[in-house]
Write a protein that binds this ligand. Structure first.
Ligand SMILES: C[S@@+](CC[C@H](N)C(=O)[O-])C[C@H]1O[C@@H](n2cnc3c(N)ncnc32)[C@H](O)[C@@H]1O
Length: 390
């Protein structure tokens, strides 16, 4: 957004061209916009009043070629206005599916390119145009190691549901997510051969205990006719959550094994990986793996994807994860979900998406007393991924 301090350092003629481009994107023909771009008009420039970029203004015109022209000339697909809306949201509000797809596709292209250029082992590189799927702060919600040292509080929210908050008042796990966890568990277990009557039971790995909702559901889905999990491994890193697990006797349940530490300590360390696979019959990998941690970003999730071929049972194994990154904005959420699908494909997994509606009532009451709202959408995209058969 054009802030006055920044403008002091910009050449006056660049600011002038930026303002002209914003105006041209509202009222001028494409030829005039092309002329300004040739003169070097900055496509990243945003006005002060609304925080709108040339792409926001152009989105109101429903002219696909104009959006393409601006994107080809460096317009930033995910720059947000004062209300956290990208140009994609302007298209959605005008029911312009074509315009929205152009912006979303540019998001996917640019994010994939970013990761391809960053390479598999480079440090967390970043650029102003790529999605900030990780807060850049060192507070508890933005940094995993800070979070793991912070003090947690268990309480009941005004929606009557239990929740865990971190030291800064951010929701680590909130009871409103239970219906979504129910869907995850259903889709991961119902059709699996090892969960059918008479079968031996599934081998399950859950990363991140939180309130233990998903773990309770994994135990409960097995009825008198369906077997309980044969093995249920939980990886959890926060010392207070580990205490809570002991207090509740979760670690004493048949088949349950607690691995105390970060998932990175177990799964990215070849010596420990053997220990993790010992829990599965003939070391072939888990039947179901679910990941839902806290204060981790897309880079961490992608690193998790990369170990899946070593830990997921290849024939019928099912992987799913809490799909919460970018969920404060529909366009960014769509791009981050597609990015995950493409990166899962890179490691040999096919993803199907299940759309789950989140009722309005669940979206309001729950946030009282919580510092940072992490969910703004009416729907949840639930991923189910399996090894693709060659
Ligand atoms: C959102 S909660 C999980 C909620 C859980 N799915 C449920 O149904 O209640 C996240 C959990 O992940 C744990 N965690 C965070 N980072 C972790 C890491 N790197 N490795 C293992 N556990 C982690 C947190 O301590 C917290 O208990």
């Amino acid at each position: 957004m054009a802030d006055t301090k920044m403008e002091e350092h910009l050449p006056a003629d660049l600011i002038d061209l930026g303002c002209k481009l914003l105006l041209a994107c509202q009222i001028s023909p494409k030829s005039e916009i092309e002329r300004l771009l040739k003169l070097g008009a900055p496509t990243w420039y945003q006005d002060e009043e609304l925080g709108w970029s040339c792409l926001h203004y152009a989105s109101e015109r429903k002219e696909p070629e104009l959006l393409e022209l601006l994107l080809q000339n460096g317009a930033i697909w995910n720059s947000v206005d004062k209300w956290n809306r990208t140009a994609g949201e302007i298209c959605l509000s005008l029911n312009d599916q074509q315009g929205w797809q152009i912006i979303r596709n540019e998001g996917i292209r640019s994010e994939m390119l970013h990761y391809a250029l960053a390479g598999p082992s480079s440090p967390q590189s970043d650029s102003s145009t790529n999605i900030k799927l990780k807060a850049e702060d060192k507070t508890s919600a933005g940094d995993n190691l800070t979070f793991l040292k912070s003090k947690l509080t268990w309480n009941v929210g005004s929606d009557g549901k239990e929740r865990v908050l971190d030291a800064d008042g951010n929701g680590v796990m909130m009871g409103w997510e239970e219906p979504l966890m129910v869907e995850h568990v259903k889709l991961m277990t119902h059709e699996h051969p090892n969960a059918q009557p008479g079968a031996e039971g599934m081998t399950i790995m859950n990363v991140g205990f939180g309130l233990g909702i998903v773990d309770r559901l994994f135990q409960e889905t097995q009825s008198s006719s369906h077997p309980k999990p044969l093995n249920h491994t939980i990886i959890e890193a926060h010392p207070q959550v580990l205490e809570y697990i002991k207090e509740k006797g979760i670690d004493k349940l048949p088949g349950v094994k607690i691995l105390a530490g970060r998932w990175q300590d177990f799964l990215l360390n070849p010596e420990k990986l053997g220990e993790v696979l010992e829990n599965t019959p003939s070391g072939m990998g888990y039947d179901a793996i679910f990941v839902d941690t806290f204060a981790e970003g897309y880079e961490d999730l992608k690193a998790f994807f990369e170990v899946l071929p070593d830990i997921l049972e290849p024939e019928n194994g099912i992987f799913s994860f809490w799909n919460g990154l970018g969920a404060t904005n529909p366009t960014i959420y769509a791009v981050s979900s597609s990015l995950a699908e493409l990166h899962l494909e890179d490691v040999g997994l096919n993803t199907t998406w299940h759309d789950v509606l989140i009722p309005e009532s669940l979206r309001e009451e729950v946030w009282k007393g919580v510092k940072r709202r992490y969910w703004e959408l009416s729907g949840y995209k639930l991923p189910i991924a399996k090894m693709s058969l060659m």
